[in-house]
Design a binder for this molecule. Structure first.
Ligand code: FES
Length: 69
């Protein structure tokens, strides 16, 4: 997932991925361009959408980085 890339490359993004991909936070919130959003093969699950509802500044092209593989 995108979260794995950040963790594996030791990118220091404060607080990102607090729940380590268990879908219990929204700190991995990403806002994608419409083009990138549409290119992703998988659409968000209901569980991801529920957690996205708690994200700051939610947009129509928001995703959780830990759910993008
Ligand atoms: Fe917590 Fe993605 S890291 S929901």
């Amino acid at each position: 997932s995108l979260l794995d890339i950040i963790v594996n490359n030791e990118l220091d993004i404060d607080g990102y991925g607090a729940c380590e991909g268990t879908l219990t936070c929204s700190t991995c919130h990403l806002i994608l361009t419409k083009e990138d959003y549409d290119r992703l093969p998988e659409k968000p699950t209901d569980e991801e959408l529920d957690m996205l509802d708690l994200a700051f500044d939610l947009t129509d092209t928001s995703r959780l980085g830990c759910q993008i593989i």
